[in-house]
Design a protein around this ligand. Structure first.
Ligand SMILES: NC(=O)c1ccc[n+]([C@@H]2O[C@H](COP(=O)([O-])OP(=O)(O)OC[C@H]3O[C@@H](n4cnc5c(N)ncnc54)[C@H](OP(=O)(O)O)[C@@H]3O)[C@@H](O)[C@H]2O)c1
Length: 341
């Protein structure tokens, strides 16, 4: 196949997703240590909403949005070894986060933020950022892995992995949360999911989640968690709610449990209740996605346990703004995907 020299791509001035512009951009040949990927599918994150509204720090001007894409290699730089045309791949969220801890320089290689992202037909990326797609997954499913899945994996199976039999509390049923539930279940944990909706909780139950709580109907969901765990509390909390949910997450955790600080969908600006955290000897860990090495490890688990990402809805490339709007409505469970090719 001859490589085109143009690519259709979205650009954002961070003035609202309604103003995303679909235009034609130039596509250069890959450099010596790069490959060209034909993007087949892109999945949306809460972060993409924030970027589109100018609420995310450090975004480059006129950015190509979105971090999470899956596609096939269509061209290879002259020094690339170990990859061939046709290989199915995802680039890692932060292109230079190959292994180990994140650094300022690595953070500044975040797709769809500090650098141009994947909401386009073709992209050139460094070969060190590539991860193979598990064979049982479609491109649409694989596009959900780089941010949401890897964040949940880093939380639960990162430096201090959960143990079989641990209780894991998952807040909400969005992208990170559903992967959190699936990864925890695949690792032998007992999972409790909270949600605003009984219908969404049914989806969680179908995945095998043992306990569900509707936090709209039961404002004292932390007490319900303590009841379920016979007063002990959970070992791990996937904390995507932020300041407004944190006090109850702390109450729901066991002594010396882990709170994985991931997001802030519930809003609020109150600080962490420090006294309560000290009294329970809790460990708080901020998560910033993960590395290529962790992505590869995660894909081994996904392959071994044949985990299938929860994809709620797939939109065509030309309807990207509708996809953003659907994500913003929070009607989804799991992931919202845009089919590119
Ligand atoms: N640190 C990182 O590396 C990292 C990576 C990915 C995402 N994040 C962050 O994690 C958060 C979730 O991201 P996402 O992409 O998974 O979002 P998402 O798919 O848009 O999910 C949002 C969901 O959050 C739930 N929710 C809203 N208010 C809630 C509340 N008060 N209590 C509990 N759940 C609530 C809702 O589910 P229900 O209707 O079921 O309640 C909603 O559908 C965002 O803040 C995002 O920025 C961080």
């Amino acid at each position: 196949m001859s490589l085109p020299n143009v690519t259709r791509e979205y650009r954002s001035q961070c003035d609202g997703y309604q103003n995303l512009k679909l235009q034609s951009g130039s596509l250069s040949k890959p450099k010596a240590t790069e490959v060209t990927i034909k993007i087949h599918a892109v999945s949306l994150q809460y972060r993409d909403l924030m970027v589109s509204k100018g609420k995310y720090p450090g975004v480059k001007s006129n950015v190509v949005p979105c971090s999470d894409g899956a596609g096939e290699i269509v061209a290879i730089g002259q020094d690339v070894k170990g990859w061939t045309v046709g290989d199915r791949v995802c680039p890692n969220f932060a292109l230079d986060h190959v292994h180990g801890d994140v650094t300022e320089d690595i953070k500044n290689t975040g797709l769809g933020g500090q650098i141009d992202g994947v909401l386009r037909e073709y992209i050139n990326v460094p070969v060190h950022s590539l991860v193979r797609i598990p064979e049982h997954l479609s491109y649409e499913e694989a596009s959900t892995l780089p941010c949401a899945a890897l964040t949940a994996y880093n939380a639960l199976l990162g430096p201090v992995p959960l143990k079989g039999g641990d209780y894991v509390l998952i807040l909400g049923t969005g992208g990170v949360s559903m992967f959190g539930a699936q990864i925890a279940l695949a690792s032998g944990a007992t999972v409790i999911v909270t949600s605003s909706s009984d219908e969404k909780l049914q989806v969680a139950k179908k995945l095998g989640v043992q306990h569900v709580i509707n936090y709209k109907k039961n404002d004292n969901w932390d007490e319900e968690v303590l009841k379920i765990t016979r007063g002990r509390g959970v070992d791990h909390v996937i904390e995507v709610g932020g300041p407004n949910t944190m006090p109850k997450s702390i109450k729901a955790a066991r002594y010396a449990g882990w709170i994985h600080i991931i997001g802030f969908v519930s809003g609020g600006d109150n600080g962490i209740p420090v006294g309560a955290a000290i009294i329970k000897a809790l460990t708080f860990r901020g998560i910033l996605i993960g590395s290529v090495k962790q992505f590869e490890d995660m894909n081994r688990l996904i392959t071994a346990r044949e985990i299938r990402p929860v994809v709620d809805k797939i939109f065509p490339f030309e309807q990207a703004t509708e996809a953003y709007s659907y994500l913003e409505s929070q009607k989804h469970v799991g992931k919202v995907v845009i089919k590119v090719a």
